[in-house]
Design a protein around this ligand. Structure first.
Ligand code: HEC
Length: 149
């Protein structure tokens, strides 16, 4: 009985490997990308890329285990949800009101330590923001928000 259950689980694990979500990788920089329209300071660009772009852009850097199910589903759902809320590669397609709102949320999310997600930084250690990184990003988001009109 136990062996049969194990076998069934094993077969299921093999079977689900064939169902892979489409990856979030686009090679062409989008025309609506935030840095295609605004001057994003280099330091800010680097911080956003290392900590946010995996879920908030059109280009995710996938770790090796993302080829293994069910990780890839779980991961892809984060990417999809994250992109829907905020996509730095589509930023310029938002109207002024939405741009401001999203930047406010960026500052708020970082201030409240809600981002990046713990389940993500657990593995992506390099995505962890130092206290100084956080200050830098928060200040940028607030000032940039005021500058947009
Ligand atoms: C592992 C994926 C992941 C990473 C990395 C990530 N986010 Fe998110 N983010 C999400 C998901 C999923 C949501 C939507 C669900 C939610 O609100 O929790 C979201 C939502 C947001 C929102 C909208 C919040 C709201 O109030 O509705 C903002 C703003 C945001 N993230 C900013 C950031 C910033 C800034 C970074 C980098 C410092 C970052 N995120 C890194 C996954 C991620």
């Amino acid at each position: 009985m136990f062996r049969k259950t194990l076998l069934t689980i094993g077969l299921l694990m093999v079977a689900i490997q064939f169902f892979r979500p489409e990856k979030n990788i686009s090679t062409i920089p989008g025309p609506d990308a935030i840095d295609a329209h605004y001057t994003v300071p280099k330091e800010i660009g680097l911080l956003l890329r290392k900590s946010c772009y995996d879920c908030h852009s059109n280009n995710t850097v996938y770790p090796w285990y993302s080829n293994i199910q069910p990780f890839s589903w779980w991961q892809q759902s984060h990417v999809n949800d994250g992109k829907e809320e905020l996509n730095f590669d589509e930023f310029n397609s938002y109207d002024v009101k939405k741009k401001k709102k999203k930047l406010n949320e960026v500052a708020e999310m970082i201030e409240k330590d809600k981002t990046p997600l713990n389940s993500y930084t657990l593995i992506h250690r390099t995505a962890i923001l130092s206290a100084q990184d956080k200050d830098t990003l928060i200040t940028w988001a607030k000032e940039f928000q005021k500058a947009i009109n």
